[in-house]
Design a binder for this molecule. Sequence first.
Ligand SMILES: [Zn+2]
Length: 391
Amino acid sequence: MEATLVSPTPTKTYHDSDEMTGLIVDDERGYRYAGYKSRWARRIHACFCDQRELVINALGGATMNENYDQETSTGLHKRALKMFDCCAFPTIRSRDGVLVPSLNRCRDRMCPTCASFRAKETAEKIQALVKPLGSIRFITLTLTNSPELKPMVQRLSQCFKELRRRNSWKAHVKGGVYSVEITRDEETETWHAHLHLIVDGSYYDQEELSNEWLAVTGDSMIVDIRKIANIGETAKYISDYVSKSGNVDCWSDSAIREYAIAMKGRRMVHTFGNAHGVKVDEKGSDNVDRSTEHVISIGDLASRIEHDPRAAEVVDKLCKHRRIWSKIFNRPWVPGVEPIDEEMERVCKLAIELAAPTKAEKAIRKKLNEQEQFRDASNIRWTRGVKPLYN
Ligand SMILES: [Zn+2]
């Protein structure tokens, strides 16, 4: 059978023909990954390219072999396609007179780029949460390995709930925040789950805690407690531990799928006790931030750099303002020495002016739209099915 390249959004206009690519479809194995959808995606995902490829292949390759029902395998395929689209068509929006990037992220837990954004946001919230606490302790609770992930994660949270009800625990711990870390031993094909806690409380003897943990789990007694007074060390520990989970590099495809299914929609970081109610691990809305306004697409701005000095200036200033812009426009990160913050308002006005079409442009766009509508009408059968990009 001849493989066909398809794109999940085939009617999109591509600015970057050199990077345009698709997913290889193969009826036997589902979708397989083939590069990036746009040059923006390539740049934004650059740090995670191997991991991203691994995950998209694993999710896209879900077949009926593992006894998935139709709904589950379709769900995994959809997630692969959404991850493939992640950051492909970023736009520029404005908030309070400052330009901000809107990356159009997929926000899937399995997407390494989105996970790293989320980990950063979560780490900042946890730091704000633990800052006022006087005496912080880190506790790790471990369960024995298990071949099945979902029941193990459920058991872990149940055991921890029981531990919190015990008098010994209540006597030493007032509350705090905890995160779930999942690791995998590919040799024995088993999962390993830890709970990492940052707690507010008094000295807790390790042996006492170990006995309590054994009493609630029935088979696990490995615990670790340490007191850390240094705020710098605390910050490092927190950012490490929120980004640890789901290190899929050495996992098999079926393990990646099992993780994707078991952890879907599950919050990895929770608060309890006196910190309860503070939300630290939010997926974020799929919708664009309502406090911002669309200005121009990155593709549109980039295509004007050469012949419009205003576009060149906007890009130049943005790349000095925040690292993410320099990544998007593929420039070395050299933070601006001039009072760049004050200049951003002017840059924003310039971008808005740039995005506003001139009379001549409006006329051309109107004409193009009419032609497009005509073409759509004559191609109706194409757009309803999956339209091949290449044969
Ligand atoms: Zn993503």
